[in-house]
Write a protein that binds this ligand. Structure first.
Ligand code: ZN
Length: 326
């Protein structure tokens, strides 16, 4: 998560490399933008407070740059600041936005620009809500909102070997998809063999896609934290290494608050402290095809019999009411 110190450093020392670049002439921008969009994004204008239609938008979705489509903010980071401009606590990715010191009108402020096309978006201030303390004060005209067409949500969970965690979540009512993969490591598109060395920084994880109308994130997290051991650092039973770390990788600060709440509840049932790695989701790579649906496809495997069968029996007994009706 970015904080004010990070923003000041970027505005002073230079920004991170953008995901891509889009450059157009003034004429080309004029051809695709409305006069208001052009004035604000290309000429550093400001819309009147409470005039933008995205001020009062709080439904799920994603906010992108109106000029180039660069994804900027998730709706989970939007909050009501009563300033009259759409306000967010955190960008979708650290390199989505670039920062410049703006000394117009005799004030020193930090201007925010789309990192891909340099569109002026607004400013960022250090008076936002905890935990980031940031308020991205944006022009509604600089943003375009994509409503999320799907009602589904997803969360990435690490609980040791992904064959085990996949088998558990495949049985949970309201879970529509479980994908095994690797999350939050240094190397792009790692192989299973590379992750198994424990040197890539990835965790073996499952991406659990669910219908929030059927099962809540709270219930999913409780199942996760009670069907693996979240108190052993970089270890799950006989499996040892950072790739087996207990982990929860979240998409936005709203999810982070839910995670903190569930961890506080669940920790009372353990003697040892919970050491789960709780981080924003950086990257998720789906694992090789033969790891998907592993338990179901390999019922005779010795590991499944020894480790997964007892785990599943325990899970089914404890969470009878949360099981899919077969
Ligand atoms: Zn842009």
């Amino acid at each position: 998560m970015m904080n004010w110190t990070d923003i000041l450093k970027l505005s002073r020392d230079g920004n991170q490399a953008p995901p891509r670049r889009v450059e157009k002439t003034e004429q080309e921008w004029k051809a695709i933008l409305t006069p208001d969009q052009f004035r604000i994004t290309r000429l550093k204008g400001t819309e009147r407070p409470f005039s933008g239609e995205l001020c009062s938008a709080f439904g799920p979705g994603r906010y992108s740059c109106v000029c180039c489509g660069n994804p900027l903010f998730d709706s989970g980071e939007k909050f009501e600041s009563n300033s009259g401009w759409p306000s967010f606590t955190q960008p979708i990715a650290e390199n989505a936005i670039s920062y410049h010191q703006d000394t117009a009108y005799g004030m020193v402020r930090i201007e925010t620009l789309c990192s891909v096309c340099d569109a002026h978006l607004g400013h960022v201030f250090p008076d936002g809500p905890a935990p980031s303390g940031l308020r991205y004060c944006m022009n509604s005209e600089a943003l375009v909102k994509q409503e999320s067409d799907s009602k589904e949500a997803s969360i990435v969970l690490g609980g040791g070997c992904f064959w085990c965690t996949e088998a558990v979540f495949q049985e949970v009512e309201g879970v529509t998809k479980v994908e095994s993969g690797y999350a939050n490591g240094a190397q792009p598109s790692p192989t299973y063999e590379q992750v198994c060395t424990g040197k890539t920084g990835h965790a073996e994880v499952v991406k659990v896609t669910y219908d929030p109308a059927v099962i809540s994130l709270e219930d999913i997290l409780e199942i996760h934290l009670t069907t693996h051991n979240p108190t052993t650092l970089n270890r799950q039973g006989a499996d040892v290494g950072t790739q087996y770390r207990s982990a929860i990788f979240y998409n936005n600060e709203q999810e982070k608050a839910t995670i903190d709440k569930v961890v506080a509840d669940v920790k009372q049932s353990y003697d040892d402290p919970i050491v789960t790695d709780i981080q924003p989701l950086d990257t998720f790579y789906k694992a090789e095809g033969y790891h998907q649906n592993y338990y179901r496809n390999n019922p005779g495997n010795g590991y499944c019999a020894a480790v997964i069968n007892p785990k599943l029996s325990k899970f089914r007994k404890k969470y009878t009411s949360k099981l899919k009706v077969s």
